[in-house]
Design a protein around this ligand. Structure first.
Ligand code: ZN
Length: 404
């Protein structure tokens, strides 16, 4: 081989769609991510044990189709049955949202990065569990309609219970206006029926259509300082922002603004490096989770400090605001009739894109409310905003609002 011929390496394939794994805390979401991707998404349980901040986990997977038997599979390039190389069908990013009830707001901010979702329901538990309802409501409120149900843990129940669980799920979906949602029985631990789940995902959650001609916009879901302790100043890498593009394209060397920025002032930075799970990119487009290395001081991006920020073409993002006018709609079932009212001076948690912020109601007239935000946010007209209220020591999704 000619020396250097290998250096012309192909750029990695960027994922085309982000799929959320949602559902109740014990439904087995993280092991399902493992069965689909071969990787553990950054585990929440570890973080819970250590008592540190709880984050959204990410993992990418390529789905392959076997040219011989047509089976769909992932994790390995080779068909598990025929041992021949599969053809790549689609690359997806999985977003694993925590199911613990106290982490509802984390789940909501993760939902801003999803294009579709797999709702995981455990066959050995009654359906719906509290977070099954809440997660399904949350993603529908935020406009996600492409859903597949994974009826997990079928290896732990007998046939009778499996059928009963299936009927519970079916009824639950019908009651929530999702009667056409496919239900796939799986066992994440023994990897049973994962091929059927992939098939349902590919069919139900198509590649979203993105507008590449619009100015670039990215929701920031995480941020990092990637430098090892003790790195000399000359070797320091700039702050890294993780998230997903909503529209437009971004390339190396682009100057972008980050808003609301710091203390309500936008920041301008330059893109030094772009990467996805498969490696480095020269240019990124929507679909899939990416990381942008910037010229920002890494101390600004450490420990997810930039989560909730929006990255956009310079001058394209609205000015940060602390005053929000919303037309709200309460979620049926979630809220009792008497509680279907927001009162002046009430504190609410608002999820705006990937940002979670507290706001105080300053005006409430039936469905129209005004909220003073504790910290500035980027809000676009018509944007869907999830509204949670503190009930019994936890934040509960009660309504959604449309920004006026
Ligand atoms: Zn095969």
């Amino acid at each position: 081989m000619v020396k250097g011929a290998k250096s012309n390496k192909k750029e990695p394939l960027q994922a085309e769609v982000n799929i959320g794994l949602i559902g109740h805390v014990d439904a087995g979401k993280t092991s399902l991510v493992e069965a689909l991707t071969g990787k553990w998404a950054d585990t929440h349980s570890e973080e819970l044990k250590r008592g540190i901040s709880i984050r959204i986990g990410y993992a990418d997977a390529v789905f392959y189709k076997c040219p011989k038997c047509s089976m769909l599979f992932s994790v390995s390039e080779k068909c598990p049955k025929c041992k021949v190389k599969g053809e790549p069908v689609r690359k997806v990013s999985f977003v694993d949202a925590p199911g613990h009830e106290t982490l509802m707001t984390t789940m909501l901010s993760g939902a801003a990065m999803m294009h579709g979702a797999v709702l995981v329901v455990a066959a050995n538990e009654k359906c719906p569990q509290a977070q099954t309802i809440e997660h399904l409501n949350a993603i529908r409120v935020l406009g996600l309609k492409k859903i597949v149900v994974a009826q997990n843990k079928i290896d732990l129940v007998d046939k009778k219970r499996a059928m009963e669980s299936y009927r519970e799920i079916k009824t639950f979906l019908e009651e929530n206006g999702c009667e056409n949602t496919p239900i796939v029985p799986v066992a994440a631990h023994s990897k049973a029926n994962i091929d059927l789940l992939i098939e349902a995902i590919v069919k139900t959650i198509p590649r979203p259509a993105f507008d590449l001609s619009k100015p670039v916009k990215m929701y920031c879901g995480r941020s990092f300082d990637v430098n090892k302790p003790g790195t000399k100043p000359a070797g320091l890498k700039g702050g890294v922002l993780g998230g997903t593009l909503i529209q437009g394209k971004i390339k190396l060397g682009d100057r972008v603004e980050i808003a609301p920025g710091i203390a309500g002032k936008k920041i301008i930075t330059t893109i030094e490096d772009i990467s996805c799970a498969g490696g480095k990119l020269k240019e990124a487009r929507p679909g899939g989770l990416i990381a942008l290395e910037t010229t920002l001081d890494p101390s600004l991006t450490q420990n997810d400090q930039m989560k909730g920020q929006v990255v956009g073409a310079v001058g394209s993002l609205p000015e940060p605001t602390q005053v929000l006018a919303l037309e709200i709609e309460f979620l049926e079932r979630q809220v009792t009739e008497t509680a279907k009212e927001v009162k002046t001076n009430e504190l609410l948690v608002l999820t705006i894109g990937t940002m979670t912020t507290i706001g105080m109601v300053t005006e409430a007239r039936k469905k129209k409310i005004k909220v003073a935000l504790r910290s500035p946010a980027i809000v676009e007209k018509g944007q869907s905003i999830a509204i949670s209220r503190k009930e019994k020591m936890r934040w509960r999704l009660i309504a959604f609002g449309r920004a006026e």
